[in-house]
Design a protein around this ligand. Structure first.
Ligand SMILES: Nc1nc2c(ncn2[C@@H]2O[C@H](COP(=O)(O)OP(=O)(O)O)[C@@H](O)[C@H]2O)c(=O)[nH]1
Ligand SMILES: [Mg+2]
Ligand SMILES: [Zn+2]
Length: 297
C-alpha cells in the first residue's frame, strides 16, 4: 500500500494512506544501509489489519532538509522580524542557498510590522524583493499580511524556519488557528524538552501540509554537500556577471578582474550579499573532504 509519512514520534511513523492512518516501523534493512525514512517521504508499506505496518520502500525524494528532517518540501517560509530580534541577513542568505540547492521555493516573511517603521529592515525586505524573491510583511499581532501569506502557501508542503522569537509560532497560529502552538516564553521553556525527542509532524492546511517543528531556528549549511562551483548560481544577481569573468573557473574570491567583484565595487551587487557569498564559500571549502578539494580546484 502507498502512503506518505506525516509524523515521526519515537521511532513510530504515521503513514497517511487511502485507507487511513497506519502506525509503522521502518524495515530493519534500512538501518543497515544507513537509510532513515523521514516525514514527507512517499512510501510503500506492508499494511496489517490493525492499522500497523512496516515501511518497505521509500520513493525517490524531490528534496530533503536536514534540520528539520523533512522531505518533498515545496516552500521554506523563512520568518524574520522587524524588531526583537532585528533581521540577520547572513542567516537569510544561508537559507536561500539551501533552498536553491534543494529546489525549494523560499518565501521571506518580515513579521512584527506593527512594532516598527524601521527603514533599515524595510530596505532589506525591498532588496530581496528586487532579487525576485517573494517577500511578505506581516504582523501576527494585528493580522496584517496574514491573508495574502496564507494564499501563497495554499496547497504547498511548507516548512517554517527562522530564529527564536521572530514569531514563527504566532504566525502559524494566525494562519492556521487549529494548530494552537505555544508562543513566547512558555514555548522556550517547554520547547527544549521537545526537540530532543525528534518529533516532527505534518499537518493539513488549505490543501497542503505544514510542518510543525518546535525545535529548529535558522537553517544550517552542514551536510547538504553543496559544491563551491554551484554556489555562484544560487545568487541570482551574480548571474549576469558570471560569463564576464576572465577565468572559466573563477571563484569570485581573490581573482583579479573578476566581474562579480567589479559589480560589487560598482554597487550593482549589494556588499552584504557578496559578503554572505564569501562566508558561505569559505565554509564549503572547509567542509569539503580532501578528495573533493582536488576535484573542485
Ligand atoms: N508586536 C508583535 N509581537 C509579536 C508578533 N508576533 C509574535 N510576537 C511576539 O513575539 C514573541 C515570540 O513569538 P513566537 O511566536 O513564540 O516566536 P517563535 O520563537 O519564532 O515561535 C512572543 O512574545 C509573541 O507574542 C507580532 O507580529 N507583533
Ligand atoms: Mg515557536
Ligand atoms: Zn569572478
Amino acid at each position: 500500500m502507498k502512503g506518505k509519512i506525516i509524523k515521526l514520534l519515537s521511532g513510530v511513523y504515521t503513514v497517511d494512506t487511502a485507507d487511513g492512518f497506519y502506525e509503522c516501523r521502518a524495515k530493519g534493512s534500512f538501518r543497515k544501509k544507513g537509510i532513515t525514512p523521514v516525514a514527507g517521504d512517499e512510501v510503500e508499506i506492508l499494511a496489517m489489519p490493525d492499522h500497523t505496518g512496516r515501511i518497505e520502500k521509500i520513493e525517490q525524494r524531490k528534496n530533503y532538509l536536514i534540520r528539520p528532517n523533512v522531505s518533498n518540501v515545496d516552500v521554506i517560509c523563512y520568518v524574520s522580524s522587524y524588531q526583537k530580534p532585528v533581521p540577520a541577513p547572513f542567516t537569510i542568505d544561508k537559507m536561500l542557498v539551501i533552498a536553491h540547492s534543494q529546489g525549494i521555493t523560499p518565501i521571506l516573511v518580515f513579521n512584527k510590522s506593527d512594532l516598527s517603521e524601521d527603514d533599515e529592515c524595510r530596505a532589506l525586505a525591498d532588496r530581496y524583493r528586487s532579487l525576485g524573491y517573494s517577500v511578505f510583511d506581516t504582523s501576527a499581532a494585528s493580522g496584517a499580511g496574514v491573508a495574502s501569506l496564507r494564499e501563497a502557501l495554499a496547497g504547498k508542503t511548507v516548512v517554517f524556519a527562522g530564529n527564536t522569537g521572530v514569531g514563527k509560532s504566532s504566525i502559524m497560529n494566525a494562519l492556521y488557528p487549529q494548530l494552537e502552538l505555544e508562543t513566547g516564553e512558555i514555548s522556550l521553556k517547554l520547547g527544549r524538552g521537545r526537540h530532543t525527542t525528534r518529533h516532527i509532524e505534518l499537518y493539513p492546511q488549505d490543501g497542503g501540509l505544514i510542518a510543525d517543528t518546535p525545535g529548529f531556528g535558522a537553517l544550517e549549511l552542514e551536510g547538504y554537500d553543496i559544491s563551491r562551483n554551484e554556489l555562484p548560481r544560487y545568487f541570482p544577481e551574480f548571474l549576469p556577471f558570471l560569463e564576464q569573468c576572465p577565468y572559466l573557473d573563477c571563484a569570485h574570491m581573490n581573482e583579479r578582474d573578476c566581474a562579480v567583484k567589479n559589480a560589487v565595487e560598482e554597487g550593482k551587487i549589494h556588499n552584504s550579499r557578496y559578503e554572505s557569498y564569501r562566508q558561505i564559500y569559505q565554509f564549503l571549502k572547509e567542509e569539503e573532504t580532501p578528495w573533493q578539494k582536488k576535484i573542485n580546484r
